[in-house]
Design a protein around this ligand. Sequence first.
Ligand code: HEC
Ligand code: HEC
Ligand code: HEC
Ligand code: HEC
Ligand code: HEC
Length: 170
Amino acid sequence: MYRLLLNLGIVGYFGLFLLVTGGLAAYWAIYQQTAEQPIAFPHRVHAGQLQLPCNFCHRYVEQARQAGIPSLSRCMDCHRSIATERSEIKKLTRYFEAGQPVYWERLHQLPDFIYFSHKRHIKGEIPCAACHGEVTRMEVVRRVRSLEMGWCLACHRERGAATDCTTCHK
Ligand code: HEC
Ligand code: HEC
Ligand code: HEC
Ligand code: HEC
Ligand code: HEC
């Protein structure tokens, strides 16, 4: 009897352990996703300390569906002369001089069958942070929202935006 209880206890602890780690892993996978990037680009420095506006780099965010990722020549405007001795800037310079594109890993990616437009949301005065979190404080950009349908709908209901299926499913 004693042994049975002990065994159950161990199984119980193990089960609890699995539950907690599993839960954390799932939370992490959905809400805190980061990507290993070819160059460790710090948003905290550029968008935070230097206070460069988001659309200095994400140039199409107010005019199009896609925000756009800057070309390396945008970076080299500064890094031809700034921090040139750092290893990540040397890497950047090598890509640039070889005319080689950097393949940044995409963090936010809706399925193809979803219609989403940055332009509409920026016009509606939704700040970047409502959907992307406080990017100005992130060393490496994280995905802080699930991008699931329930998330889109919750905000649409709250703000009185369209919720009929064809708004997002074309
Ligand atoms: C100096 C240029 C620069 C500025 C300024 C900048 N970004 Fe970025 N941003 C990048 C680059 C380069 C990437 C791709 C590399 C990466 O993910 O870190 C990126 C990636 C992102 C991503 C992830 C895209 C994805 O899904 O993969 C988000 C979200 C983002 N930026 C939001 C912002 C916001 C919000 C601001 C303003 C607060 C901002 N950025 C300012 C250059 C910039
Ligand atoms: C407006 C000027 C400016 C632009 C444009 C710019 N940077 Fe920077 N970057 C800086 C400054 C200033 C620092 C901080 C240097 C320091 O710590 O002394 C910095 C720091 C960095 C660092 C950290 C270096 C280290 O190891 O400490 C990386 C990596 C970097 N930038 C990459 C990029 C990339 C990639 C782009 C283009 C998407 C870019 N930068 C665009 C000015 C700029
Ligand atoms: C209403 C929510 C929302 C707002 C507000 C928003 N974004 Fe996004 N962003 C998204 C979603 C969703 C995606 C994925 C889009 C896709 O897969 O087509 C995304 C993708 C991105 C990407 C990567 C792909 C691309 O579009 O080039 C960048 C960069 C980005 N956002 C930057 C910004 C910046 C900068 C702002 C503010 C000026 C902003 N976003 C405002 C929801 C938002
Ligand atoms: C933080 C709030 C918020 C989130 C999150 C959000 N939206 Fe929106 N969305 C709005 C608002 C507000 C409008 C209306 C903007 C305007 O005034 O035109 C809108 C408008 C739209 C429109 C244009 C509607 C039309 O009438 O043509 C589409 C499409 C859309 N959203 C898709 C999405 C999708 C897909 C997602 C999730 C991936 C999403 N939205 C997440 C607030 C949000
Ligand atoms: C505001 C935007 C928005 C509206 C409105 C919306 N959806 Fe969605 N829907 C999404 C997004 C975003 C996804 C993708 C979610 C994901 O990747 O998990 C999705 C996914 C789905 C899926 C799953 C498809 C699959 O193969 O995974 C179904 C089914 C669906 N929606 C049906 C509906 C129906 C029915 C309505 C109308 C009652 C509706 N949606 C309205 C944004 C929306």
